[in-house]
Design a protein around this ligand. Structure first.
Ligand code: ADP
Ligand code: ZN
Length: 719
């Protein structure tokens, strides 16, 4: 073993640096030590065993529970020039014989097997004929009954240490509590293992929470900005998966559904199309999970609230495994919380019920609290986050605004205080909004000082303030059948004016920014051509495109324009085998592109000297969005039609029109509202002598919408 691990990293895998913890694990294995590593998805686990497997003369046996993934993993290892094979029930007899022959002839670096094999005495005997350097056990938490994914098959792995006392054992998992960790170490019989608990932080993921409104339109809006990216949309029910997929297909998006109700063949086919970049979007229930190894998932959207943070973390974790920026957006509505609570209420076991409720509350808190989303997620796993600003979530980047709501909070809490903490959220909101209900009259709550103190806002507003107070621990809600609200210590403090209270509100019309890890500037045009070439080569070789080269690798090519073998070798992810196999094809693409686009290439061709390029895409001038709306207005379209056309909400379009009127654009109100409705609304404004929209909408008893009120007010102000 004359070459250093670092040199092998570059020569074989094409990477110039180890990711955190990889080097330590590799060295421990090279010293024949056992390893126990908790690494998040995308942490770069496979390299930890593939690299030493390549360096050792003997064989590395990889135990992996997912038959569906083995082929991709073997293909990926082969693409880097490793001698790898797999054994599982999907192989036909002739293939199986070929693998056993390679095994007998000591030709393999890596052999992937399913855990069931270890229950077969023949198999142990066969392995004993080979020289085994170490075992790598993937998803090691499956051996523990304490974990969430126990698989009885894994128990037979407990005998590895006794059958092969000289071979090392490396156990990997992405989820393990201390209890599960101890259990794994004991069951596998690891001998003073080298222990690694990697951080669960995924710095390349941008976390965002947006209010759930017209969900399908919101998805469409998001996707229109990323026509070439791959991503997953999670929905809770099969019905909603089908509906969303159908809607998106109708809009010309290559989206496919995935849920447990589909025939096996369809599910497999849809997953494969997604893997091969033939479909951009998978709309799925959480049944779509374990089997995804695709490294270039660029976004994960949640249309419904996940039941717990663990699920949310795992699902979002499928994005950006290649380390490139990826976007995670959760569309959140309080209604989802209510739905999940309803299901929790139906649970029979009170202990389970309590656990589920606690988990749900944590999830809601992350969606609502006034703190960095990343900090909230890591906090759930007991990991402190040291920075004040993560730079890659909507809270830290100011996509959402913090506004002071101390006065509103005091109104709510005063109502709770004055009624003795004996009432639920609906009634408290009614008191503050000054509603006339039977219950209010019955308890004489219309005589309270706080009654109607917030009549200028609607009940929805007050329900939101209550939710905010709950998520920021100012209130506690009893977990009875009819939950009541009570003041917590922190709430008391706010009520007495000892501390301000801030809430998060989405800023209008501002697009979420990129994650903190920047992709750097690169040529969009060349990147697109390289992707086409990758797809062609992948199809020819019968492997998914990301096995050929990752997105990151293509992006580097599109940034540095490597035109010779020597410069191509410097691109991250280009090792000697891939260079030999695919180098010429990609070099040809780069050279051809350079010929036709000499200007772009000149500025970028110096490898590893990043040059700032003007962004190829023109930025729209500020305000253009109003002007775009104006174009449609001129075509005589209604607000609803424009909203649908532009994938924006009618509310936003009415704001555009308000703005256009403000700027003196000569528009005709009759295009947007019937004369009768206009007069009715004008009268309300005059009668109430108000200019807040909420007051008019409320006073109209639902007959005037916010959009209509906004328009009429704008026209009234103009004249
Ligand atoms: P995990 O199994 O931990 O989820 P993988 O082993 O699939 O992660 O690795 C995720 C991605 O990271 C792969 O595309 C892999 O090629 C890439 N990768 C691994 N190690 C490095 C490294 N040192 N430098 C750059 N990329 C790496
Ligand atoms: Zn943050």
């Amino acid at each position: 073993m004359s070459e250093s691990p670092h040199a092998v990293l570059k020569r074989i895998f094409g990477f110039s640096e180890f990711r955190p913890n990889q080097e330590g694990i590799v060295e421990a294995l090279l010293e024949n030590r056992d390893v126990f590593a908790v690494m998040p998805t995308g942490g770069g686990k496979s390299l930890c065993y593939q690299l030493p497997a390549r360096m050792f003369d003997g064989l590395c046996v990889v135990v992996s529970p997912l038959i569906s993934l083995m082929k991709d993993q073997v293909d990926a290892a082969k693409a880097n020039g490793l001698d790898a094979e797999f054994l599982n029930s999907s192989l036909v007899a002739s293939e199986r014989r070929r693998v056993f022959l390679a095994l007998e002839n000591h030709q393999l670096d890596l052999l992937y097997v399913s855990p069931e094999r270890f229950a077969m005495p023949d198999f142990i005997a066969t392995l004993k004929q080979s020289e085994i350097s170490f075992f790598a056990i993937d998803e090691a938490h499956c051996i523990s009954e304490w974990g969430h994914d126990f698989r009885p098959d894994y128990l037979s792995l407990a005998h590895i240490a006794t059958h092969f006392p000289k071979a090392g054992i490396a156990a990997f998992t992405a989820t393990a509590t201390q209890q599960v960790q101890d259990d794994i170490v004991r069951k596998l019989g690891l001998r003073k293992p080298y222990l690694i608990r990697a951080s669960f932080d995924r710095p390349n993921l941008f976390y965002q929470v947006a209010p759930k409104e017209n969900l399908n339109r919101q998805f469409l809006h998001f996707l229109r900005d990323r026509p070439d990216d791959s991503g997953i949309i999670y929905r809770t029910t099969r019905k909603s998966v089908a509906a969303t997929a159908e809607f998106l297909q109708g809009q010309g998006i290559k989206a496919l559904p995935y849920h447990a109700g589909l025939p096996d063949a369809d599910r497999k086919n849809h997953q494969e199309q997604f893997n091969r970049d033939e479909a951009n979007v998978i709309v799925a229930t959480i049944a779509f999970g374990m089997g995804i190894d695709k490294s270039n998932v660029r976004f994960v959207l949640h249309g419904d609230l996940p039941k717990n943070v663990e699920g949310y973390y795992q699902e979002t974790g499928r994005a950006g495994r290649d380390g490139e920026p990826a976007h995670c957006c959760l569309y959140f509505s309080q209604g989802d919380t209510v739905k999940i609570r309803y299901f929790i209420d139906q649970m029979e076991d009170p202990r389970e019920q309590k656990i589920a409720l606690g988990q749900l509350n944590h999830m809601v808190k992350i969606a609502q609290a006034n703190v960095c989303r990343r900090k909230g997620i890591l906090g759930y796993f007991g990991e402190p986050y040291p920075k004040a600003d993560c730079g890659a979530c909507d809270v830290c980047t100011g996509e959402v605004e913090r506004t002071d709501a101390t006065e509103d909070a005091q109104k709510i809490m005063s109502a709770i205080y004055r009624t003795g903490g004996k009432f639920g959220a609906v009634h408290i909101a009614d008191i503050v909004a000054g509603a006339d209900t039977q219950r209010i009259r019955q308890f004489h709550h219309d005589k309270l000082k706080t009654y109607g103190a917030g009549s200028d806002r609607d009940k929805r507003h007050w329900r939101r303030i209550i939710d905010d107070l709950l998520s920021q621990d100012c209130l506690v809600q009893s977990d009875d059948q009819y939950p009541v609200l009570q003041l917590a210590e922190k709430g008391m403090f706010v009520l007495k004016g000892g501390q301000p209270f801030e809430v998060l509100r989405q800023k209008e019309s501002k697009k979420a920014k990129q994650a903190a890890v920047s992709m750097g500037e690169y040529s969009d045009g060349l990147f697109a051509e390289l992707r086409i070439e990758r797809k062609r080569i992948a199809a020819e070789a019968g492997v998914p495109p990301f096995v050929v080269f990752s997105d990151r690798t293509l992006r580097e090519m599109a940034r540095y324009f490597p035109c010779t073998e020597a410069t191509m070798r410097m691109v991250s992810g280009v090792g000697e085998t891939k260079l030999e196999r695919f180098g010429e094809s990609f070099l040809a693409v780069v050279r051809a592109y350079k010929e036709t686009h000499p200007d772009e290439a000149k500025e970028m061709s110096v490898l590893h000297v990043p040059v700032e390029l003007p962004r190829p895409k023109k930025k729209k001038p500020k305000g253009a969005t109003y002007l775009e709306t104006l174009e449609f207005v001129k075509q005589g379209m209604t607000i609803e039609q424009i909203a649908a056309e532009r994938s924006l909400s009618p509310g936003t379009i009415s704001q555009h029109i308000e703005k256009l009127l403000d700027e003196g654009e000569p528009l005709d109100i009759d295009q947007f509202i019937t004369p009768r409705k206009r007069i009715e609304t004008e009268e309300l404004f005059n009668r109430l002598n108000a200019d807040t929209l909420g007051a008019v909408v409320e006073a109209s008893n639902g007959s005037v919408t916010y959009e209509q009120a906004r328009l009429v007010r704008a026209f009234m102000q103009r004249s």
